[in-house]
Design a protein around this ligand. Structure first.
Ligand code: DC
Length: 214
């Protein structure tokens, strides 16, 4: 079973890198952040306060989430665009700090891998908690300004200051939470992507697993 874990803060390049690496290795790719965003989206849809630990825990157990290469379906609704919006981005860190939500998402992530006998997963706790025995663990970083610039390019409707403030707030919550805080695994390959192109990043990482340029 081939599992590659890509962790790091928002805007570090995880999604782009994980997708390209999966394509190069012929593996499927899972964006686990989209799963936590989907739970936050479902709470808002159902009128549940994202900070209501009990109600959100209960909901996480039965919400239907399908994160695929072409989009995200939550309870039968196409949530691909909505989960990237500011409302969900602001609600997601409290949802991701909920221990029962994490337990349920980790269970689903492991089942996803078992179904296809491997994959490339990106998130915050893949190398530390979900797959500590992954074949390769990568921890990506980048300067905060560069990460905010990357994110604001993706969110064309939001100005740079709004994106930078949301990112800084989420960094603090993700790193400071009690359950599975964002941190690099001891044996992770640490890569600062500031100033690197996607091709350069992929080449460096692929080199670590001997995939070279094939
Ligand atoms: O990668 P992203 O920005 O889409 O992730 C959204 C939020 O989900 C982020 O603020 C932290 C959380 N997250 C998490 O706690 N664990 C993961 N494995 C992935 C994301």
């Amino acid at each position: 079973m081939r599992v590659i874990a890509i962790d790091g803060p928002a805007g570090s390049g995880k999604s782009t890198v994980a997708r390209a690496l999966a394509a190069r290795l012929g593996l499927d790719y899972l964006d686990t952040g989209a799963m936590y965003r989907s739970v936050a989206f479902a709470a808002l849809q159902r009128g549940i306060d994202p900070a209501d630990v009990e109600a959100v825990s209960k909901m996480a157990a039965d919400v239907s989430i399908d994160v695929g290469p072409d989009g995200v379906i939550v309870d039968g609704t196409d949530a691909t665009i909505a989960i990237r919006g500011l409302e969900v981005s602001q609600a997601v860190s409290v949802v991701a700090a909920n221990p029962a939500v994490r337990t349920e998402m980790v269970r689903r992530q492991r089942a996803w891998v078992a179904d296809r006998d491997g994959g490339v997963l990106e998130g915050r706790d893949i190398g530390t908690v979900v797959f500590p025995d992954a074949e390769l663990k990568v921890y990506l970083t980048a300067d905060p300004e560069v990460r905010a610039q990357r994110r604001s390019k993706e969110a064309a409707d939001l100005d740079y200051e709004t994106v930078a403030a949301d990112l800084a707030r989420r960094d603090a919550v993700d790193q400071g939470r009690e359950v599975s805080p964002l941190t690099e695994a001891e044996d992770a390959f640490l890569l600062d992507t500031t100033g690197l192109t996607v091709e350069e990043i992929i080449d460096v990482i692929a080199g670590r697993i001997g995939a070279g340029d094939d």
